[in-house]
Every structure is written in C-alpha cells, then in structure tokens.
Design a binder for this molecule. Structure first.
Ligand code: ADP
Ligand code: ADP
Ligand code: MG
Length: 697
C-alpha cells in the first residue's frame, strides 16, 4: 500500500479523498492556487504545495506543476478527483512516465471514453444500446441541418469533448439547429479547446440513470447499482438518489450487465460510471462513460456501505477486489442535494462572495437515518469566481425513499448559509414537490415545474397559520423583554398586550396571543401537580420543580394553536412545536417583525398592535424602479459580443448580446419589439449583476 498520495484537486472532493486516505493510514499532499491558500483541503492535508495563480488553467490543470509537487513531496500516487485533470489521458501518461501511480483507470480506457463519438462507437460494438443519431463529425451549419432532418426533430447537438453539461443544445427546428451548432461549437472551443460537434436524437422526458462500475487490474469487474440524476438544470445534476424509483430488478440487471460489458471492453479498472438516458418505456440508451469518481458517488456509498475512494486506492495499489457481484447489497435509500452558490431566484446563475455564515446540520449515522455533508468550505471563507460554485453535498439516508426525503427536509431546515445567493430554498422546494415525492421525475422536471424560474414557495394555509402563530409567540418574547427593561424604572414590568395583527404580504391575521406557564410543583405533602397559569412569572423556587412556557394563539375565526419553543432574540435558527407539528425555521428580526424562511418559503411576517397596523395600512407603497426599458446583465460576466446597434429596431426573440460566465455562453434576447436607444457596454467589458447593458426607447 502507498505511504503517501497527492490529491490533484481542491474543494470538497480533495477533502473527501483526504479523509479516506487518513483512515487507511496514508499521508496526504494537497496542492493549492493563490486563491486557495487558506482552503479547507490545505488545512486538512499533511503537506501542501503551492502550484500557481488562481485560474485553473495556470495551476490545477498544469500537468508540470502537479508533477513538480509530486517530486517535491515524494508522493507515490495521485488521485485526480473529478473535473480538472481527472479525464486527461496525457496526465495519466505523464505520471506513468515519472513512475507515479495514477489512482484511476488505464490510459487506454480514458482515451477511448474521453471522446463522446469514439465511446459511442465502442459502446455499440460492445452490444450496449446507444442513442440513435449520426456518429460522425459535422462540418458546418448546413450539414447539421441536413443530418438533424434525417434523425428527426428534436435533436441534441453535442460537443464530442463535452462535459459538465457544456457545449450542448436541444434543437426543435432547422433554425435552432443552425443557432445551436454555432453556440455549441463556440462553447466547446472555449471550454475544451476542441470544437468537434455531433448530433443525436433528443430523447423526450427522459430520466438520467447511471451505473457505478468498479474493476481491478486482475480482470474483475462489478457494478454497484444505479443512481438516478434526473433533477437537472442546464443539463447538470442538482439532486441525485440511489436507487432509482423508476427501475425494476430486471432493468437494473440489464443496465448493470451492459455497463460491465462496456467496462470490460476497455479493460477498465478503478471506479467509473456508465451514464444512460432512460425513456418512459424503460428503454435505456448509453450516453457516455465517466472514467473517474463522480460528484454524486456518496449516495452509492450510503446504500452499499462501500467506500469508493478506498476501493480506487486499493485497486491502484494492485490489490484484487475483495467483493464479488453477489456481495453487493443495496440497503435503504440515499439522496444528495448539491448546494450551489447559485441564485435560484435568478435562473440559477452563479453568485460569489463570502460565506458570512455556514453551519451545516449535524452529521452522523443513527439507527434509521444518516446525514453526511461533504464540503470544502468554512464559515468566513470565500466562494470565488475561479472554480465550481459548489458549497456542499448534503446527503441523507433512510430505510426507504420517504424516510430519506424526510431526513433531507430536516437536514436542509437546519442548514444555515448566509452571505451569498444559494439554492438551498430550491432544494427544499423540490423535497416537498408532489411529483418529486411520487418519484415521477424526468430531466425536464425543473423546466416543467418552474417554467418562469423559482420565485420561492407559497406555504399552504395551515403552514402559514403555524408560521403566523410562531411569529406572534416570538413577538411576545420581545415585548416581555422590552416591558422588563422599561418596567425597571417604575419597579414592575409593563404588561404585555394580547391583541396583535400579523401580516404576511397581502394576508392579514387578527389574533390574540397569551403566554401560559405550566408549572410542576410539589406540595408540602410531597404530591406533584402540574398547573397551567396565564402569563405571570414563576412561583417560589422551593416548591417549583420546573416551568415550561408556551403561547396560546387565538385566530379571529376561532382556531387556536399552541406554540412551544425556546426562541430568544439573537437565535437565527429555532425549533418549535406549533399546533403539534415540529418545525425548524430560520429567523431574522426586521422592523416590526421577522423574516422567516421555511421549506423554500421566504416571508416577511409583520406583527403589530392593532392601532399600528391601521396606521401602517395608510402608508403609501413605494413603487419599484422601472427597468422594463433596459437590458440588465443577469450575472457577473464578460461581454462576448453586442449584436445590435444604437438606433436599431429589434424584434421579440432577436439576439441582443452574448455574455460569458463560468465558461458558458448566455444569449440575451429581446423580450419584445423595441428600438435601441443607448448601448453602455462593448465586447470585452466585464459586468456585474444588474449592470445596464443597453437602454430602449
Ligand atoms: P458528474 O456526472 O460527476 O456530476 P459532471 O459532468 O457534472 O459530473 O462534472 C463533474 C465536475 O467536473 C464538475 O465540477 C464539472 O464542472 C467538471 N467537469 C466536467 N467535465 C469537465 C471538463 N471536460 N473540463 C473541466 N471540468 C469538467
Ligand atoms: P456531460 O458530459 O456534459 O455530462 P452527457 O452526455 O452526460 O453530457 O449529458 C448530460 C445531460 O444532458 C444528461 O444527463 C441529459 O439530461 C441530457 N442529455 C444528453 N443527451 C441527451 C439526449 N440525447 N436526449 C435527451 N437528453 C440528453
Ligand atoms: Mg454526463
């Protein structure tokens, strides 16, 4: 076994690999760019080597820099993680040349599978079913249109070197093929330095289901079941699970057998993933093979109990797999939510900045549930523009799918992230979405269910009332405090009023809120009794065993709710039992009330005395500024091109500008007919969110 390994990666995956290496008694070396000087993976590793400036192209993916770090530290093997150099055959070759072991598959397998066109041909030869389409290269837009016509619309235009959802476009018409061909090719050239494009049939309402394979260098190869990754935005995964709610034992076995056959065809060893797209009739088609550890591998680990990183290290050290196919048992259900620094309210565009607060839920394995959080960040750390905007991978395990979902809801409730835009409320919304809960998902789920983007969740009426009752109870706490402080001047606390008006947006609730104290007493005869009294301070301590506060809220329509909790001003996360339901909510104090976040809903809950509410209703509402005559930059990015000129009339749908952010081209189009009055940005300019690109008349 190796004595020391180097991890040629950063972030959560570097941390995750270090954890397993440490458990195996292997020393670890981290590498870092200037931007990662204080990163968690650097803190965790036994040694760390600086490899260059922040852009990955000048540090993490410079093969010579990694080789230098290997020489400097005497590491015997390198784990590449995912992304970066993980699927670069020349990297594995360079390591071999230096006598260092690559913790990954053989070079031939990386080469064969690294290219989507080649791998598709190989898969077809190995008897794996592939997506119908044209398996050659496409030269220009005209040829693309002709081939798309032969395949039949809709089609998927793809970069042969593609990855990470980049360089891919759906086209439903000849015009879209022409446009998609152009933008895919540009994106592929910019992201992969390789602009080869091919076209295949677009499978309608498909599910993305992939098989985890594991092989050794002695000819053994097994699969560890599937993961379903159908919840995607921009063809990239957000929520994954294992197993898939869609597969039956027969389909699972057939997919597993084909995945293993493909792996064998390229003498695969190490961990790898064969991705399939599955249609409504459970027909499955090969998409690509990822010759590396996959982002979502933890869900497989949670249901199989197998540590994939450990297996990769053992196989790389020449060991035989200790497991046979029959030894692989799937136990329970696991879900992963990828927490991204992406603003769900702004079409999931990346957001960067400092993590003012970062407090994940408690991790652990209990009898009927487990919580695991893989991360590379810490409170006070920075999510920079240089790398993947992932904050954490939150995974839960339960005995069945419902239990895993419920555990995920609770874990997300307890997860505090502040300071940057992030998709936590969106993940919460998915966990409560009836289609997700029913397992009725496809890769179109996000687009179909959130066609106008994510605007937050509107809680159902009962939940809203519980939140209103909770806010009223918190208001009593602040009122009691205020009463005590001003009361000290006169000697006794000021009474806390019972009547309140709570407003949430347009909704108004008139209610009464009273504090009740249940006191458990022991009488002089030694008899214990419980006594519920209204709002006064506790009895003499000698006879009081303990007192428990609760608040009774009475709504105008007669409904009453009991609130039991222990919120005190300053708590940003609190758990209360309201009307018998346990709820964990995020709380922030604002003028006259609270901002409350719960399960994807984000509300301003205003609690006022009736008289103050009457006066507030008379206040004029401030109108938001009119931005309808401007084109605003939707994300921080670089202007690639401006497609129109001042004075030009544009039609709805016409391209106005192209912005590049995180290596992705985003085309901004006219929403309606208009005349361009002024253009404020030129190609090459770097813009911030909401910068005005152009103005219309
Ligand atoms: P997974 O299927 O494991 O989720 P993805 O395709 O989403 O894999 O990619 C995993 C990670 O690797 C992402 O962070 C993505 O940005 C990065 N990545 C994937 N392909 C490439 C590539 N060719 N070059 C650079 N980074 C890549
Ligand atoms: P990447 O290398 O970027 O991961 P993939 O080929 O694995 O690219 O595709 C990523 C996602 O794009 C898939 O999970 C799926 O949602 C969608 N996709 C790819 N090809 C097709 C297709 N032919 N039909 C429908 N959806 C597809
Ligand atoms: Mg893929």
């Amino acid at each position: 076994m190796f004595g020391k390994i180097l991890i040629a990666n950063r972030g959560e995956i570097a941390c995750r690999i270090i954890r397993t290496a440490r458990r195996m008694g292997i020393a670890t070396v981290a590498v870092y760019s200037d931007a990662d000087r204080n990163a968690l993976h650097v803190q965790m590793a036994d040694e760390a080597v600086h490899i260059g400036p922040p852009p990955a192209a000048q540090s993490y993916i410079v093969i010579d820099r990694i080789l230098d770090a290997v020489r400097q530290t005497g590491a015997e093997a390198v784990h590449p993680g995912y992304g970066f150099l993980s699927e670069r055959a020349e990297f594995a070759r360079a390591l071999a040349g230096a006598g260092v072991t690559f913790i990954g598959p053989p070079i031939g397998a990386i080469e064969a599978m690294g290219d989507k066109i080649t791998s598709k041909k190989l898969a077809a030869e190995a008897g794996v079913s592939t997506v119908p389409g044209f398996m050659g290269l496409i030269g220009d837009g005209d040829e693309a249109v002709r081939i798309a016509g032969e395949i039949g619309f809709p089609v998927m235009i793809k970069a042969s070197a593609g990855g990470g959802g980049k360089g891919m476009r759906i086209a439903r018409s000849a015009a879209e093929v022409r446009e998609g061909f152009r933008s895919s090719r540009n994106e592929a050239a910019a992201s992969f330095g390789d602009d080869r494009i091919f076209i295949e049939k677009f499978i309608e309402s498909p599910r993305h289901i992939e098989i985890q394979v594991l092989g050794d260098s002695h000819g053994n190869c097994i699969h560890l079941g599937e993961r379903e990754c159908s919840i995607q935005r921009r063809n990239q995964k957000v929520i994954e699970e294992a197993p898939s709610p869609f597969l039956d034992a027969e389909t699972r076995a057939a997919m597993g057998a084909q995945a293993v056959a493909l792996a064998r065809a390229v003498q695969y060893h190490s961990a790898g993933t064969v991705e399939f797209i599955v249609d409504a009739g459970r027909n499955f088609y090969f998409l690509e093979m990822n010759t590396r550890l996959q982002v979502e591998h933890p869900v497989t680990e949670l249901v199989t109990g197998i540590d994939l990183v450990e297996q990769m290290i053992r196989v790389a050290a020449g060991e035989k797999l200790a497991l046979a196919q029959e030894d692989v048992r799937l136990d329970g259900w696991a879900i992963e939510s990828r927490l991204y620094a992406e603003d769900p309210y702004r079409n999931f565009l990346p957001s960067t900045g400092r993590l003012i607060s970062y407090r994940p839920p408690a991790e652990g394995r209990w009898e009927d549930r487990a919580v695991r959080n893989d991360t590379g960040v810490y409170e006070g750390g920075e999510i920079s523009m240089y790398y993947d905007p992932m904050i954490a991978k939150l995974c839960t395990w339960g005995e069945d799918r419902d239990a895993a979902i419920e555990a995920m809801r609770e874990a997300l409730d307890a997860f505090e992230v502040e300071g940057i835009g992030h998709n936590l409320p969106f993940c919460q919304a998915v966990m409560d979405h009836p289609r997700f809960v029913a397992g009725d998902i496809s890769t179109g789920f996000i687009e179909e269910e959130f066609p106008d983007g994510f605007a937050g969740v509107t809680p159902d009426d009962e939940t809203l009332r519980r939140i209103v009752a909770g806010a009223a109870a918190m208001r009593l706490v602040t009122a009691r405090r205020a009463g005590r402080i001003s009361g000290t001047l006169t000697g006794s606390p000021l009474p806390v009023p019972a009547e309140w008006v709570v407003t949430v947006g347009e909704r108004r609730f008139d209610l009464t809120a009273e504090r009740l104290v249940t006191e458990h007493l022991r009488t002089e005869e030694g008899v214990e009794i419980g006594l519920t009294v209204k709002g006064r301070d506790p009895l003499k301590p000698q006879i009081l065993l303990h007192g428990q506060g609760s608040v009774r809220v009475g709504f105008a329509d007669g409904q009453t709710m009991m609130v039991e909790g222990d919120w005190t001003p300053g708590d940003r996360l609190t758990t209360a039992t309201i009307d018998g339901v346990r709820m964990t909510v995020k709380v922030e104090r604002i003028t006259d009330g609270f901002r409350i976040r719960y399960r994807g809903a984000d509300m301003k809950v205003i609690v006022r005395r009736p008289r103050a509410a009457e006066l507030a209703a008379l206040m004029p509402v401030k109108a938001p500024p009119d931005t309808s005559k401007m084109l605003l930059c939707p994300m921080p990015g670089l202007v690639v091109s401006i497609a129109v000129e001042e004075g030009e009339e544009v039609e709805e749908g016409q391209i106005l500008a192209t912005i590049e952010a995180m290596k992705m081209e985003n085309i901004l189009r006219a929403e309606r007919h208009a005349k361009v009055k002024k253009i404020n940005a030129a190609a090459g300019a770097s813009l911030a969110v909401d910068d005005v690109i152009m103005e219309f008349e």
